[in-house]
Design a protein around this ligand. Structure first.
Ligand code: SIN
Length: 282
């Protein structure tokens, strides 16, 4: 039994965690409740937190070991596990990832790696007055609701996830997008993952999608693959499966990458700044 309160969001997933102070270590009981609640609700929203980078890493370790991020130009000095997400530009150069005014890319964090990520923790330091929400899709409920025919079609299919392809597509929309260096490109070869993912802890299945990172479905011709992926994305991002998080300073949102996907939303960087820090555990 936790000493904090958990209020489910009015959705198929997600919950608000109340009465918790993550700037101090949790006792064992609350720590294991928080891990269990994430498995149950898939997205946890914790408001009004004052977290140092050390706190952020400590809380992340409740879920696993935070990964050192490949795009080291965006990691916090001294904290290779914390990546800066921001639309702030200094001398014309973005200080963080997701810097464009029209950032929208449904994805699961680090799906371009051979080993898939488990959990991400995103902490808000500067929140925009307008725009810049993070939208989460419940890919678990979306899978459950597929017709038996569509389920039979997608179970067993694999898709190619490509960070290089993603960057090429994003650069076409965002002229100040900083390209991957040759070293970074060499670190991110294309990888293949199943289209339907089995959660190692809950045993539930979910759709593993990504509307810009997927080159296509293995062994399916380009037109058919594109049509099937479009159909699955449209289904999984229907309003009934989406929770849109409007950021306030001090919010920490924790999500299960093995059961959801998410996207940033448009934000005019000339009028509204956003600065967040993210860790991802494997
Ligand atoms: C992320 O994809 O981890 C960040 C999402 C956002 O910028 O809202």
């Amino acid at each position: 039994m936790s000493r904090y309160q958990i209020d489910p969001l009015n959705s198929t997933f997600g919950a608000l965690v109340l009465g918790i102070d993550l700037s101090r270590p949790l006792d064992d009981s609350d720590a294991s409740c928080l891990v269990g609640d994430l498995l149950k609700f898939r997205v946890l929203v914790v408001r009004d937190q004052i977290l140092s980078h050390e706190d952020h890493i400590r809380v992340s370790r409740l879920f696993g070991e935070p990964e050192i991020h490949v795009q080291d130009q965006y990691t916090v000095p001294g904290f290779g596990q914390i990546v800066t997400i921001s639309n702030i530009h200094r001398n014309g150069v973005p200080i963080g990832m997701y810097d464009g005014d029209n950032e929208q890319e449904w994805h699961t964090d680090l799906s371009w790696k051979p080993a898939m990520s488990a959990v991400s923790l995103l902490y808000s330091v500067i929140a925009p007055g307008v725009g810049g929400e993070t939208r989460f899709a419940d890919t678990t409920a979306a899978y459950d609701d597929l017709s038996a025919e569509l389920r039979a079609r997608v179970d067993g299919l694999n898709a190619v996830h490509s960070m290089v392809y993603l960057f090429e597509r994003q650069a076409a929309d965002n002229p100040v997008k900083v390209p991957l260096t040759e070293t970074q490109r060499a670190q991110v070869p294309d990888v293949v993952h199943p289209l339907v993912r089995l959660h190692p802890q809950t045993g539930r299945r979910s759709l593993l999608l990504g509307d810009m990172i997927l080159r296509g479905i293995v062994g399916v011709d380009e037109a058919e693959s594109g049509q099937l992926l479009d159909q699955l994305h449209a289904h999984a991002t229907a309003e009934r499966y989406v929770y849109s998080h409007r950021w306030a300073v001090g919010d920490l949102v924790i999500w299960d990458n093995r059961a959801t996907m998410h996207t940033a939303s448009p934000c005019d960087h000339t009028r509204h700044q956003r600065l967040l820090y993210r860790t991802t555990v494997m």
